[in-house]
Design a protein around this ligand. Structure first.
Ligand code: C2E
Ligand code: MG
Ligand code: MG
Ligand code: MG
Length: 284
């Protein structure tokens, strides 16, 4: 009985593996022409200051609609794009697109605060991100203080000299650097004092089961205390309820992002969001 079960398991594994490989190949092939076919777009999600209620930033989130595959969520295609070396050109497209959008909003006095762009590891390890960011800021005539870059902990922990140097240069330019999905990666925290990071983003997995899960409350409280004692900003992602926002604020977390405030929005939806709840314009 154990033997036949073993065979079933084996069959199950090969079937799902085959399906997975086919899906990966499809995604990779379709992604190759996603930019030239105009299949990519950005949605934007507001980031809120909890005490004032003001929008302090908007995070650019990549969306892909392919004719054959339909809508493919970033969690499904970004890792594949990274492995296939496609995240370099896609990442550059995202950065430039976000920059053009920020320019347009500045021209029209739409107070978006900072525009936050997610950066994939290979964008720093395999190319000159500093050059790309400088070119974009110059081309879009944007102050560096308009831009925030979200990098992941796993990437940070690779801690290569050339990447660290790039982070310092970006910081000196005035670009804000945030660690995304904080708490899900490595446990060594020594990089927090070595690197020019100014913000931690608490991963949404620690927010989701609040307030029922007391372990999650303990973890997020610890991250908040850590950020506050190191003089870093801290933002919680995935905030869906008022209760969660209240707990976070009580613990000393000033910023939040999540469905409670807004889902990621298209450009025109975001502009409606701003006109429905006018913000005090942030002078620059
Ligand atoms: P992330 O950077 O941590 O982005 C937050 C994710 O949480 C987004 O998923 C957002 O839609 C989702 N989210 C926001 N508020 C809530 C909430 O209240 N509840 C729940 N359940 N989810 C919420 P999305 O847009 O599917 O993106 C997933 C991930 O894909 C991102 O996680 C990021 O790691 C990656 N990604 C997205 N766009 C880019 C990009 O342009 N470049 C790179 N390198 N990665 C990107
Ligand atoms: Mg992010
Ligand atoms: Mg995140
Ligand atoms: Mg995440």
């Amino acid at each position: 009985r154990a033997k036949s079960q073993g065979r079933n398991n084996y069959q199950f594994y090969t079937e799902t593996m085959t399906r997975d490989i086919i899906e990966r190949v499809n995604i990779e092939n379709e992604l190759r022409h996603a930019i030239s076919s105009n299949e990519l777009s950005l949605h934007y999600q507001p980031q809120i200051d909890l005490t004032s209620g003001q929008v302090i930033g908007v995070e650019a989130l990549l969306r892909w609609h392919n004719e054959k595959l339909g809508r493919v969520p970033p969690d499904r295609f970004i890792a594949i794009a990274e492995d296939a070396g496609l995240m370099l050109t896609i990442g550059e497209w995202v950065l430039n697109q976000a920059g053009k959008q920020a320019r347009d909003w500045l021209d029209r006095d739409i107070p978006f605060g900072r525009i936050a762009v997610n950066i994939a590891g290979p964008q720093i390890t395999k190319m000159n991100l500093v050059e790309q960011v400088s070119a974009m800021l110059h081309h879009c005539r944007l102050p560096a203080t308009c831009l925030s870059l979200e990098v992941t902990e796993t990437f940070i922990m690779q801690n290569r000299d050339s990447s660290v140097k790039q982070l310092y240069l970006l910081h000196e330019m005035g670009v804000e650097l945030a660690i995304d999905d904080f708490g899900t990666g490595y446990s060594s925290l020594s990089y927090l004092k070595k690197l020019p990071i100014s913000k931690l983003k608490i991963d949404k997995s620690f927010i989701r089961d609040m307030p029922e899960d007391s372990d999650d409350i303990a973890i997020s409280n610890t991250i908040i205390a850590l950020a506050n004692s190191l003089g870093l900003d801290v933002i919680a992602e995935g905030v869906e309820t008022r209760e969660q926002a209240q707990l976070l604020l009580q613990a000393g977390c000033q910023q939040a992002q999540g469905f409670l405030y807004s889902r990621p929005l298209t450009v025109s939806q975001l502009e409606q969001y701003f006109s429905a709840s006018p913000q005090q314009s942030i002078a620059r």
